[in-house]
Design a binder for this molecule. Structure first.
Ligand SMILES: [Zn+2]
Length: 312
């Protein structure tokens, strides 16, 4: 029986799991880890900070004897140079670039380490264990704090020439007057992330309502029949459908899976999303795109990290 240690690195915490060759999660833990704390003054200090935090979190799991670990796979928020494990850049960790993350962490842990973009890991997990199983192509979208996305083409993860392919969250869905368009975290206006991430849904609801609800609370209000909460989620679905149509025009991918916080409001999101999708597709594809809620949800990234570790 072979086991890998999989990690899904977020802005404020690290999820770790021991996963067997069938994709079963045997043990799981979550640690607070502020990787993006801006205390570092130089790249070397920032690199050491990241390696130390990850090593410290992983060492106890590598040293346990119940499940001997063969390799480590990591989904990390940043852009990687192909499969080299070299982090080209990370929006949350601006000091880091051309950082040999996999090699340095492998030296520290004494194990093979494979690292890839977190959203691409989720797509790999969805392809190997989720709704993409048996499909050659899949586009996976995560609707969380932001919008992440990963693409599998011809059974191969596609990350582009600079590790920045499928920045789906930054497709422009609103070209109206600049005063009306929403500003995205990337600095541009009108990105789908500013309308259809879980964070954006909460913000849009609160702006109109003068409230301070979390995304989860907005979903709950919608499920209780609160009309404005329902409308906000419907609108998010419309923007999401428009963005998916643009992606399909480029890629001609039939299977699309969606996970993350906003997917928990699926029954409210799905009708307006598929209407907008079909309204914006070219005719032969209308009604033929299969958009599904992820069956793996939050575990897609972990299972993808396990898959890249195993295939290394
Ligand atoms: Zn953007």
């Amino acid at each position: 029986m072979s086991h890998v240690l999989a990690a899904d690195i977020g802005g404020t915490n690290i999820r770790l799991a021991i996963i067997d060759e069938h994709g079963n999660i045997l043990d799981e833990s979550r640690e607070q880890a502020a990787l993006s704390q801006h205390t570092s003054v130089s790249q070397v200090v920032a690199e050491t900070h990241v390696i130390n935090i990850l090593s410290k979190a992983m060492q106890p799991i590598l040293q346990q004897k119940t499940y001997p670990i063969d390799a480590v796979g990591i989904g990390f928020p940043g852009f990687f140079r192909g499969n080299s494990g070299i982090l080209a850049a990370s929006p949350n960790l601006p000091l880091l670039h051309d950082f040999h993350l996999a090699a340095l962490l492998s030296d520290s842990l004494g194990k093979a380490v494979v690292v890839q973009n977190d959203a691409l890991c989720a797509a790999i997990g969805e392809h190997s264990h989720g709704v993409g199983q048996g499909q050659q192509n899949i586009l996976h979208i995560t609707l969380g704090t932001g919008i992440g996305s990963g693409l599998i083409l011809n059974n191969t993860p596609y990350s582009g020439e600079h590790g920045m392919a499928m920045e789906f969250g930054h497709l422009c869905v609103d070209r109206s007057n600049e005063k009306n368009r929403r500003l995205c975290g990337c600095g541009n206006y009108g990105c789908v992330e500013a309308y259809a991430s879980a964070t954006a849904v909460a913000q849009r609801f609160n702006e109109k309502h003068g409230s301070e609800h979390s995304a989860k609370e907005v979903f709950e209000l919608a499920l209780q029949g609160h009309q404005h909460a329902i409308n906000t989620i419907h609108e998010a679905g419309q923007y999401l459908g428009m963005a998916i149509a643009e992606a399909v025009k480029l890629l001609d991918v039939t299977t699309i899976s969606i996970s993350g916080g906003l997917s928990h409001a699926w029954d409210l999101l799905y009708p307006s999303m598929t209407d907008a999708l079909d309204n914006n597709l070219i005719a032969p594809l209308k009604g033929n795109i299969d958009v599904r809620r992820s069956i793996l949800d939050d575990n897609a990234g972990l299972l993808g990290a396990a898959t890249i570790a195993r295939e290394h």
